[in-house]
Write a protein that binds this ligand. Structure first.
Ligand SMILES: Cc1cc2nc3c(=O)[nH]c(=O)nc-3n(C[C@H](O)[C@H](O)[C@H](O)COP(=O)(O)OP(=O)(O)OC[C@H]3O[C@@H](n4cnc5c(N)ncnc54)[C@H](O)[C@@H]3O)c2cc1C
Length: 430
């Protein structure tokens, strides 16, 4: 287990900085006027998306492989690093993280996910780990610019997708050795099997359902943690997705995120019939929903911009097609929906950063709207490009394929509606 990488990231300092502005008096006012830092970061990420990501998009979509050279480029300029994500996250308005994601995914979603997929594992460690665990494992999720590494977050299983309470992977504590022994099969893990660090959600007490879950770090090269089948996908093909098998996989006691004392306290509360403060997988998903929404927005904006330009240039019946009201109205609606979705994303990001409770499931609203807008806008873009839109010679076909996952992962659209309807009604809608 490497310990050399503890140094670069002062996780506690970042955490303190982040928490010092959360929900405090004088919390930042919500404003749509971006400050200079936010504009600079937007320009920086946009420059990388335009200059490096976009030109590589078609190639890596066709190859259906992890674009290591592009991730390396991102690491060289500091974009693929915890320092960058930490800096985005530290912004007290909460807007920098969605802004950066939108720009990167505007470049290309498959490569964007290859770069940002690690963040889900990092978010779990950051959200549930102790400062020592953050310092030890987060740098190992990224590696260095010369030797880039990835992180993977493994919650889903063949029989536990929307219903995380169905997770069958178990973690049993071997007290004599102070080790946890994990067994089970994870499905659909982004970077699964090729990651340096895997974060695995496992059940420590099946009878407690999702309240008996805990998150574990699987250190690099741990025996018993193997990649299963790699998934061939409709879109996001530059991002690796695979099953992960855990077969008597032993990890040190210190790999339980948050530590055993905290877990035992939580389990005791649940067994007494009291409410558990958090569920391991849901906590990670809730925090990441506006960011995922922002990724969908990036795809939608890219397709809209392409279609607008195309409609101004393409002539039929002696005039640019944009001069037909039906095309122009479609473009107007595309822009309208994208901007509306962005407002929901920014609201949820701001609320999350201030520590405001999502009383009406505003996080889910943002991801739901942005995901559905991305699918609709990219489909309209294909229509506006006509036959060209349907071919792989033009990028909107890829964007449409990429967009579809945003109504499926991190909670399907149906599950987001379930969460929203429960929040607004106070009823256990099924
Ligand atoms: C490209 C990709 C990357 C992924 N990356 C990760 C990752 O990194 N880590 C990870 O843990 N997982 C990952 N996933 C898994 C993803 O989160 C799940 O696919 C998703 O949660 C849906 O689960 P499912 O596929 O089992 O669908 P199911 O849960 O089987 O759902 C099937 C259908 O039934 C609907 N449905 C289910 N329950 C209800 C209900 N109560 N009410 C109404 N409708 C319902 C769903 O909305 C859906 O339409 C990834 C998936 C993909 C495709």
């Amino acid at each position: 287990m490497a310990d050399s990488s503890v140094a670069d990231v002062d996780a506690q300092a970042l955490l303190d900085e982040a928490n010092s502005t959360t929900g405090a008096e004088g919390e930042p006012k919500f404003t749509l006027e971006l400050n200079q830092d936010q504009k600079d970061i937007r320009e920086w990420v946009h420059g990388f998306a335009e200059g490096v990501v976009r030109p590589a998009a078609e190639e890596w979509d066709e190859r259906e492989e992890t674009p290591w050279p592009v991730i390396q480029e991102a690491a060289k300029i500091g974009l693929y690093s915890f320092e960058a994500v930490g800096q985005f996250w530290a912004d007290e308005t909460g807007l920098t993280l969605p802004i950066a994601n939108e720009e990167l995914f505007w470049g290309d979603a498959g490569i964007g996910m290859a770069i940002m997929g690690t963040t889900l594992a990092v978010a779990a460690i950051f959200g549930q780990g102790t400062p020592e665990q953050m310092g030890e494992w987060i740098p190992q999720c990224y590696g260095t610019a010369d030797d880039v590494k990835l992180g993977a977050f493994c919650a889903s299983e063949p029989d536990a997708g929307s219903d995380v309470s169905g997770i069958r992977t178990t973690a049993k504590y071997d007290e004599a050795k102070d080790e946890w022994v994990l067994n089970g099969q994870k499905a659909w893990a982004t970077n699964g099997g090729i990651a340096n660090v895997h974060v695995v959600i496992a059940s420590v007490d099946r009878e407690l359902g999702s309240r008996g879950h805990a998150a574990f770090v699987i250190p690099p090269d741990t025996p018993g943690c193997e990649q299963g089948a790699k998934v061939k996908k409709h879109g996001l093909r530059a991002s690796h997705t695979a099953d992960v098998h855990l077969d008597d996989c032993r990890v040190p006691g210190s790999c339980l995120l948050g530590g055993k004392e905290k877990l035992d306290e939580r389990l005791a509360r649940v067994r007494e019939g009291k409410k558990a403060k958090s569920q391991a997988a849901m906590q990670t998903f809730e925090a990441s929903r506006p960011t995922v929404g922002a990724q969908a927005l990036g795809i939608a904006r890219a397709a809209y911009e392409y279609a607008l330009q195309y409609a101004k240039e393409r002539e039929q019946f002696g005039r640019p097609i944009v001069e037909n009201q039906s095309i122009a109205f479609d473009l107007a609606n595309m822009k309208l929906e994208i901007d509306a979705a962005r407002l929901l994303v920014w609201r949820a990001a701001w609320m999350g950063r201030q520590g405001h409770k999502f009383e009406n499931a505003e996080g889910s609203m943002s991801k739901l709207k942005a995901g559905e807008v991305a699918v609709w806008v990219t489909e309209r873009a294909i229509q506006i490009l006509g036959g060209n839109g349907y071919t792989r010679e033009f990028p909107v076909e890829r964007m449409h394929r990429d967009s579809k996952i945003y109504t499926i992962f991190e909670g399907t659209s149906e599950i987001q509606r379930l969460v929203i309807s429960r929040a607004i009604s106070g009823l256990h809608i099924k």
